[in-house]
Design a protein around this ligand. Structure first.
Ligand SMILES: *[C@@H]1O[C@H](CO)[C@@H](O)[C@H](O)[C@H]1NC(C)=O
Ligand SMILES: *[C@@H]1O[C@H](CO)[C@@H](O)[C@H](O)[C@H]1NC(C)=O
Ligand SMILES: *[C@@H]1O[C@H](CO)[C@@H](O)[C@H](O)[C@H]1NC(C)=O
Ligand SMILES: *[C@@H]1O[C@H](CO)[C@@H](O)[C@H](O)[C@H]1NC(C)=O
Length: 483
């Protein structure tokens, strides 16, 4: 092995100085809040560019939903702290200790010190009532196996396993935080699990969604959903709550106390506000929500029962067009950035109220400027309903509903919107703009007032994801590798 080249003392000092200077710059804009980076996009952005954007915005904590080496590889040497995920469908596999050891070896220890892994999220909201108890038996054993494998691999003191849970694992019969307790059907399991987390120095990770409180009940006091709202509720002992986020958090704090672990650390794994797909999901309300939340976090005031700094991850980074819309049409619109990596509204992640546009993802490339629209000159329109249904089922019509950004379209543009979303998702394949002869391709921007007809980006993923041959960019990249 050749000895490392020696630098003259002056150069070494200069390098050290530069390193210190750039560290200072990085710390200068670093923010405390983390972000969820989901991957259910038909056209993913290049992970390296996403990481560059995160750093430019000072975001130094990310939560992932798996351990895909593509995004994880881009986080290596970035200085960004990572929460890796194990999807629910792998929980059963992790009930074998050997498999848990393999997972830790491949997805944690193989990166050595180059990746700042802080947590492993074992499952994602596995006790959600909608799952009908499917993961009830496999979650806790998986958690124990992963923590044991981390410990035996010698990284257990700095990497902690936990389970992100939805706020529906605890309840309060009278809606008062002081009456909080774990849901009766899982009380025993939750008590054992939080004791385990406590013993291993792991946090409780909870997802809290004020938007859903509003969405699920028309009687929910609107202002109470926002951190800067005027509405307050009173609890026992003269404690008053000014917003549902704090009240919900303290309901958990009470439940933890009842379970015998009053000091267990709490991390908010997801909180955010969607911008489309519902009458209360829009840019204005999302901006209001984040402004209030970020200001609150910057003051490090915490909640009445847990004063002090909070550990919070926003949900989420990008709009994800492949997410299931079973919970509601808003599901594909949680991003603080659009599908193509542009900031949606001005924010100040430090919470100081100096809102400005965040840095977007650099170097994003688009498909050609062409749209697929309804051809109203077509003679036979009998097959229209079936084709609209098909376009919406395989594409994305979540912006067309009541109170959404494209709700005001006339019937013709409405059909065009559905056709275009499908066409773009299919990488503008000409076969995806036929619809039994009812559609045509146009180079005239089809966007209407307030309703953007998007042009899809060139996917950074392997072409197989989009399902249509090699893209021009992929071919070019291949040629460049060969040359
Ligand atoms: C590591 O994580 C990836 C991505 O989540 C997963 O597909 C893979 O199976 C994991 N490795 C092992 C050995 O479990
Ligand atoms: C849960 O049960 C309901 C009603 O029986 C069913 O429609 C749904 O598909 C089930 N979900 C899962 C994840 O098993
Ligand atoms: C627009 O399309 C959506 C989705 O197909 C449909 O629910 C809605 O009724 C349509 N509206 C108009 C005005 O045609
Ligand atoms: C199409 O028009 C909309 C609305 O004016 C605009 O926001 C969008 O950037 C345009 N798209 C392209 C590709 O020029």
């Amino acid at each position: 092995m050749a000895p490392p080249p020696r630098l003259p003392a002056g150069a070494a000092a200069l390098l050290l100085l530069l390193a210190v200077a750039s560290r200072a710059a990085a710390d200068g804009n670093a923010v405390d809040v983390g972000v969820n980076w989901g991957s259910q996009l038909s056209h993913p952005l290049l992970p390296k560019s996403v990481v560059q954007m995160l750093k430019e915005n000072g975001i130094l904590k990310v939560k992932l939903f798996d351990a895909d080496p593509w995004p994880v590889g881009a986080l290596v040497d970035s200085g960004i702290e990572v929460m890796l995920g194990i999807p629910n469908d792998m929980l059963e596999t992790m009930n074998s200790y050997g498999n848990a050891q393999d997972w830790v070896k491949e997805n944690v220890t193989s990166y050595g010190d180059k990746l700042k892994i802080k947590y492993v999220a074992v499952g994602n909201e596995p006790f959600l009532k909608a799952y009908n108890g499917s993961f009830m038996k496999t979650t806790f054993p998986a958690l124990k196996n992963i923590q044991k494998a981390l410990n035996e691999a010698g990284v257990g003191d700095k990497v902690k396993a936990t389970v992100p849970l939805n706020a529906d694992v605890y309840v309060s019969p009278d809606n008062k935080p002081s009456s909080g307790a774990f849901r009766p059907d899982i009380q025993g399991l939750m008590t054992d699990m939080v004791k385990f987390l406590h013993e291993h120095g792991s946090p409780f990770v909870v997802n809290i969604y004020p938007f859903l409180s509003l969405y699920q009940s028309d009687d929910f006091p609107f202002e109470f959903a926002f951190v800067d709202g005027g509405k307050t509720i009173q609890d026992k002992g003269g404690i008053s709550y000014s917003n549902v986020f704090d009240a919900n958090y303290d309901t958990l704090v009470t439940a933890l106390k009842k379970a015998g672990v009053p000091s267990l650390k709490v991390v908010v794994g997801e909180v955010g506000w969607p911008t489309d797909g519902d009458k209360n999901a829009n840019l204005k309300l999302a901006r209001r929500y984040y402004d209030g939340l970020l200001k609150k976090l910057s003051k490090k005031e915490g909640t009445p029962l847990r004063p002090g700094k909070m550990d919070v991850y926003m949900f989420g980074l990008f709009d994800e067009d492949m997410k299931s819309i079973l919970p509601g049409n808003f599901e594909r619109h949680w991003g603080i950035f659009t599908y193509d990596g542009k900031p949606k509204f001005p924010m100040d992640l430090s919470g100081h109220g100096n809102d400005k546009p965040l840095a977007g993802v650099p170097g994003v490339e688009y498909l050609p400027k062409q749209w697929c629209v309804f051809d109203d000159g077509a003679e036979d329109k009998s097959k229209l309903p079936g084709n609209i249904q098909y376009a919406c089922a395989s594409g994305d019509c979540t912006a067309l509903g009541y109170g959404c950004s494209c709700n005001g379209l006339d019937e013709k543009s409405n059909i065009s919107y559905a056709f275009n979303m499908y066409f773009q998702m299919q990488d503008q394949d000409v076969r995806a703009c036929d619809f039994d002869g009812l559609a045509k391709i146009t180079t005239k921007n089809a966007s209407a007032r307030g309703c953007a007809f998007p042009i899809q980006i060139i996917s950074a993923a392997a072409p197989a994801v989009a399902g249509v041959g090699l893209s021009a960019a992929a071919l070019l990249a291949l040629l460049m590798v060969l040359v």
